[in-house]
Ligand binder design. Structure first.
Ligand code: MN
Length: 211
């Protein structure tokens, strides 16, 4: 089994992620010392056909991807609140993972990168794409308080979104009313990976990014 010791760090980064998986069996990336870049923080949304289809919404904070499973996926309609269940931190490398997790392994099923891009905390319209340190500080505060406003620059998800923690401990993902809010069509209708162009259905019939 690959452990964090073999990866050359001993910080408890994505420890739960590591404990849940056998990296000799899953193609998912083992956790490793994040090569934290400069530049804006990043986000990724994966579409994951596990026991139940869901979307995994992940925001880079302090060298990991803070992660929520969103069963019904994000909605661009600002009147719609989507349940988001916080799950274990994932390593930064996970932002480009797509493929098939073998049946019987944790999260067994198909995964595509449905969307990704950069983000900034949104403080009443003030954005911090060029101030990574301040952005992360704001994210730490938002996570602790259970209320996060972020501005997404993805290929599919754009503009301001809110994640708010409920009394029950779950979170809700809500599109903020802005120029990107809309209820004309369902943003989930586009089911293709922004990396490979493949859909979950493609992976199910054995297509791979390489053909
Ligand atoms: Mn998942």
């Amino acid at each position: 089994m690959v452990t964090s010791e073999h990866c050359g760090y001993n910080r408890p980064v994505a420890k739960k992620y590591e404990e849940k998986r056998d990296f000799s069996r899953t193609p998912e990336p083992p956790p490793r010392q994040p090569a934290e870049g400069g530049g804006p923080l990043t986000f990724v949304v994966q579409k994951h056909s596990a026991r139940r289809l869901h979307y995994d919404f992940r925001l880079e904070v302090d060298g990991v991807l803070k992660s929520w499973a969103v069963p019904a996926g994000p909605s661009a309609d600002s009147r719609v609140r989507r349940l988001a269940v916080m799950v274990e931190d994932h390593p930064l490398d996970y932002d480009s993972f797509e493929g098939v997790i073998p049946e019987g392994e944790y999260g067994g099923g198909q995964v595509i990168v449905w969307d990704r891009g950069t983000y900034s905390p949104d403080e009443g319209g003030r954005l911090f794409f060029d101030d990574r340190e301040h952005a992360q500080e704001m994210m730490r505060g938002g996570l602790a308080q259970g209320k996060i406003s972020v501005y997404l620059r993805g290929e599919k998800l754009k503009g301001s979104w809110t994640l708010v923690k409920t009394k029950r401990g779950d979170w809700l993902l809500i599109k903020h009313r802005d120029e990107y809010a809309q209820s004309e069509y369902d943003i989930l209708d586009d089911g293709k990976s922004v990396i490979s162009g493949l859909s979950i259905e493609d992976l199910k019939v054995g297509k791979t990014p390489d053909g």
